[in-house]
Design a protein around this ligand. Sequence first.
Ligand code: S3P
Length: 425
Amino acid sequence: MEIKKQTNLRGTLTVPGDKSISHRAVMFGSLAKGTTCISHFLEGADCLSTISCFRKMGISIERRKSEILVHGKGLHGLSAPEALLDVGNSGTTTRLISGILAGQKFISELDGDDSIRTRPMKRIVTPLASMGADITSKRGNGCVPLLIHGKELHAVHYDSPVASAQVKSCVLLAGMYADGVTSVTEPFLSRNHTEIMLNYFGANVTSEGTTASILPEPVLEGRAVKVPGDISSAAYFIAAGLLTPGSEILLKNVGINPTRAGMLKVCMDMGADITLLNQSTEGEPTADLLIRTSNLKGTTVEGAVIPTLIDEIPMIAVMAAFADGTTVIRDAQELKVKESDRITVMVENLKRMGADIEGTDDGMIIHGGKPLHGATIDSHLDHRVAMSFAVAGTICDGSMEILHGDCVKISYPNFYQDLYSLGDK
Ligand code: S3P
């Protein structure tokens, strides 16, 4: 994929629906009684993997006009899948579904692509096993393929060593099938979409600090879910608007849940001109974001803010390379186990562009403001790496080529069209 330089980004854009919320709407809708109607659903490859898994377990899911209808069968309404469940590239599908499958009365098997086959699943197998689940990593390496023999589950309290919404959600979902109150404490608060949406569907989830607890056997009812724009997709246009000379863009209806909106805080710390308009707090909080070209300076990104921007770090690293001064990113060792090792891959590719960057055990140090030029970028099939460097390519001089640039379909199928929709024609 070759990237063209752009100036003067102007106009309005609605980014695709939130990936995390789209996954959950399909999953909880499948476990609810009655129909769940999802609008602004993200039709990216990851969320389609979730739909395909639930269809294989007997759930009818249809597209009607621009909405997705999930005809749920209740908490105990899934049927044994005849074939293996293909999770594709999706960590969220794998980890959340495992929590549901652990408490079913049938056997199931999960498998996916080469990337998901390297991602750590012990982090969910360990707490699920403590609840009585029977899960085997078929290759003995702690990754998929996973063979899950459904069992009766016991309630536990789990102290998670990682701040991960996928781990937390997996345990809470298993907790719906357990024999008492199940709770999870994490070191920092991760995204809380599961807690919000399960309560909206009729479950009883309480949160105190970084602990979330769930009562078993909820009766979930089908609901209408309006998926907000994905702040992780908006991130590319926030960065493009801030860094491209002569820009003023409006991003409509973006989710700004505080457990997701760390990117906005970091941008403000870097000196960004961002205004929040039309804020709404009904359900998941949303706002329109007005972005204007800004002179950015380096900052430090660490601690509790990390889980709230974990997927935006590739874009933040690119912004830091264009900004003046030094940016330090630490406490972000989770980057190593995403769709690629995002520390290694960002350092390798930003160096190719001429950036002064070094990787550390838990992040990166970027000395910004060096002249950057186009390069051949290896996305390592990681959608967020591809999109971050595509934005970089619209700003710097010299030709920019993204290898396997079509991997953006995982979370943002129309990314390149949207990227070129705002600049001078
Ligand atoms: C997600 C949680 C995060 C995030 C992923 C989506 C979710 O992963 O990186 O893209 O929907 O719960 P972790 O929970 O592993 O940090």
